[in-house]
Design a binder for this molecule. Structure first.
Ligand code: UD1
Length: 430
């Protein structure tokens, strides 16, 4: 069984370079099938989710050439059909981005229903509402989501909830619809803006991404482009939390500080020093963190994808913290694991009440989902003694070389497969 083994107690220090944003890469890779010309994408994170999506695209006859670890060339001129049958695609949430992309280009799409992390109900009613408003017939049969239209026509769409996925999906389909589309109550996340910039670089006409009203003028054809994906806000935020949680001092390079404002502000509030320059942020913590209140919100609020990491850091803060999760209803499953390490956290509905302890102790813990997995690794780094984190396939869905990057900051962490390797680690750090 693959797992991480960690000897905690070392303050992390040094420099780490952040990769491209997974949640921007996924829609951008999907949207690359919307032209017959070649698209070259740089800064693609080499993680499971992007690998699976590229395999799915290849399975319908699209040429995908990895020109480097983080660069890829995609050409969809020979796409054979518009239905994805690749089984592994069910494992990733972003499979549904292929619906918006294929529907926009070919007016027809079929994709197995999305999987991804089990952090709540995750309905797709707003995606369906958007596609239907553009004139598509949408159906779900035997687990396959299909959308078809003789023609797509621009529409005025008000999203009932702020949804990243629905905003992105509707934006892709509308980019090649006839006429004008307005998306109101749109998500404002940096990856929504990055996809809009990417599509515009292919000849689309999208204005207002980054605000809650996006206006799209449909075009008949998109062309090839070369594009570099923005840095990953959540990977950066995870290392910021790791610096705070281990009382370390980390310089996080290749970031857009503006995207990290809600995180920097919260960390400053709990007693960390934050220094920013053009494309880096340095987080250091010299004393015990203070307790605080955190509420997750759509961007520019505090991201739900960093909720497990900050809750973990706060488990050793002085005083009682209140963390409220307002986006997903089932995102505190990792708390049971933290409890095994001595954390004192009580979950009531969508709120976690965290009573800061003096110390966590190493334990055998299981990652329940991607971001919680990263949080539990941080917990292992904070704890006294040795911890193991299993189910690390979740972590590998979204973090490129997480143990390697942590080791470069002084962390004692290894990925092991066999009991023998685990014992070796134990002996080394006993
Ligand atoms: C994306 C991110 C995920 C992040 C989340 C919120 C990707 C691949 N995933 O997920 O990492 O945690 O944004 O920032 O980018 N909802 C509906 N109906 C819908 C769609 C969503 O009710 O049709 C609800 C969801 O249940 C949730 C809220 O809207 O409560 C936000 O979800 P959404 O922004 O769509 O999240 P994802 O796109 O799935």
């Amino acid at each position: 069984m693959e797992q991480y083994v960690i000897k905690g107690g070392v303050p992390l220090s040094g420099e780490v370079t952040i990769g491209g944003a997974k949640n921007a890469a996924l829609p951008i890779l999907a949207a690359s099938v919307m032209t017959d010309e070649t698209v070259e994408i740089e800064n693609v994170p080499d993680v499971r989710d992007t690998q699976v999506l590229m395999q799915a695209i290849e399975s319908i006859g699209v040429t995908v050439v990895r020109t480097g670890t983080n660069t890829v060339k995609i050409n969809a001129a020979r796409a054979r059909n518009h239905s994805i049958e690749n089984e592994s695609i069910k494992k990733i949430r972003a499979s549904y981005y292929l619906i918006g992309a294929l529907l926009g280009k070919y007016k027809s799409a079929g994709v197995p229903l999305p999987g991804g992390c089990n952090i709540g109900l995750r309905p797709i009613d707003q995606h369906i509402k958007g596609f239907s408003a553009l004139g598509a017939d949408v159906d779900i049969n035997h687990g396959i989501f299909t959308a078809r239209a003789d023609r797509l026509s621009g529409a005025h769409i008000y999203l009932d909830v702020v949804s990243v996925g629905a905003t992105i999906n509707v934006m892709m389909a509308a980019a090649m619809a006839e006429g004008k589309t307005t998306i109101e109550n749109a998500a404002r996340e940096p990856h929504v803006v990055d996809l809009a910039n990417f599509l515009n670089s292919m000849g689309a006409s999208i204005r207002g991404a980054g605000t809650d009203v996006i206006r799209i003028k449909g075009v008949q054809k998109l062309h090839g482009t070369r594009y570099a994906i923005i840095p990953d806000q959540i990977e950066a935020g995870t290392f910021m939390m790791a610096a705070a949680a281990t009382h370390g001092d980390i310089t996080i390079k290749n970031v857009i500080p503006k995207h990290l404002e809600s995180i920097s502000a919260k960390l400053a509030e709990i007693g960390c020093q934050i220094r920013e320059s053009d494309d880096m942020v340095r987080v250091s913590a010299t004393k015990r963190l203070n307790a605080t209140h955190v509420k997750t919100l759509p961007y520019p609020g505090f991201p739900t994808d960093l909720q497990p990491q900050i809750t973990t850091a706060l488990s050793l803060a002085s005083g009682i913290s209140i963390v409220t999760e307002s986006i997903f209803e089932n995102r505190f499953k990792y708390v049971d694991e933290l409890t095994k390490m001595g954390a004192v956290i009580k979950v009531e509905g969508s709120t976690a009440i965290v009573s800061g302890r003096e110390q966590l102790t190493g334990a055998q813990i299981v990652a329940p989902d991607l971001r919680a997995g990263a949080a539990l690794v941080i917990a292992g780094l904070m704890a006294e003694g040795i911890s193991t984190v299993s189910n690390i396939n979740y972590v590998e869905r979204g973090y490129e070389d997480f143990p390697g990057k942590l080791r470069a900051l002084g962390a004692q962490i290894e990925k092991v497969e066999e009991e023998r390797e685990l014992q070796k680690f134990r002996l080394k750090y006993a």
